[in-house]
Design a protein around this ligand. Structure first.
Ligand code: PAF
Length: 288
């Protein structure tokens, strides 16, 4: 695996591949790679001649009170994983190269960025969309890979690529889970063993929603009520939001008629976790 830190060098490499008509798959990450990232890398490996993994803890997507400073940074370990997975390039830019002193340009996907997590993390999705747009312009991927765990992020990035005519295919891969159902996340590193066990209830609640839909229960207020009741059994978990929304505009719906995103954000102690499932009217898993 080759490590490229310079933006112009990365662009030069991408340009050379384009000339040879060889495809590029980009897996944008903030590092602390886990099995979820690995599933993205493996899909990218299957689909493309070359695989680029970017590792960049993007400061502009963190709020002032959020964990930018303490976000796990484990480059040596990440590089080892990339080497093992046959990644061609790790793109590892610095913050000051990505955002020069006179940096002024942001990408904002309206409406979709303002509800769900957006309501609680103002500026977050603008930070994500801006960084991802920059990474696309730098690595010039034919395809880019994101995890469904961040479903709202995936919907926003797809919309950005569509609206701005970006010549890249956005692929969203299923959430990878631990044995107890907990969705893998780099932030799980912050969880104690006890908290990790508490967190399993979040997926249990999503699974309960799915079984209710399978039985033909389409009233979202009932489903949400049942989920809240289940989660309230554990006093260590505090729900921030629990919503059933339309897949296109991410607006809450009252009766399930087609595919829906069931999304939850909850605190376990100080740590905020998010999870979701995307299902059709029969309760079958579908993609965002
Ligand atoms: O999902 C992430 O790790 C980040 O939000 C991303 C897409 C790399 C943008 O910084």
């Amino acid at each position: 695996v080759k490590i490229i830190r310079s933006i112009p060098k990365m662009q030069e490499y991408a340009r050379a591949l384009k000339k040879q008509k060889r495809s590029i798959g980009l897996v944008p990450t903030m590092g602390a790679l886990h099995a979820g990232h690995i599933s993205l890398i493996r899909q990218a490996r299957k689909d493309n001649a070359k695989v680029v993994v970017s590792i960049f803890v993007n400061p502009i997507q963190f709020g002032p009170q959020e964990d930018f400073k303490k976000y796990p940074r484990v480059f040596a370990q990440d590089a080892k994983i990339c080497r093992h997975e046959g990644v061609d390039i790790i793109f590892y830019p610095s913050v000051k190269d990505m955002y020069k002193n006179n940096y002024r340009t942001y990408v904002f996907v309206e409406k979709l960025s303002q509800n769900l997590c957006g309501a609680f993390r103002p500026g977050h999705f603008q930070g994500v969309a801006t960084a991802v747009n920059k990474l696309f312009n730098i690595a010039q991927p034919d395809r880019a890979y994101f995890g469904q765990k961040d479903a709202q992020q995936a919907v926003i990035i797809k919309k950005m690529a569509e609206d701005l005519n970006m010549p890249v295919e956005i692929k969203v891969m299923p959430t990878v889970r631990a044995n107890n159902g907990l969705a893998l996340s780099s932030r799980n590193a912050y969880l104690s063993e006890g908290a990790r066990q508490d967190a399993a209830l979040i997926y249990e609640a999503l699974d309960l929603a799915r079984s209710l839909i399978k039985k033909g229960d389409y009233k979202t207020a009932d489903i949400i009520g049942a989920m809240q009741k289940l989660i309230s059994k554990n006093k260590n978990i505090k729900i921030q939001y629990l919503l059933i929304v339309d897949l296109k505009d991410l607006k809450p719906i009252y009766r399930i008629k087609s595919g829906v995103l069931i999304a939850i954000a909850a605190f376990i102690g100080e740590l905020r976790l998010i999870d979701n499932i995307v299902v059709d009217r029969k309760g079958r898993f579908i993609s965002v």
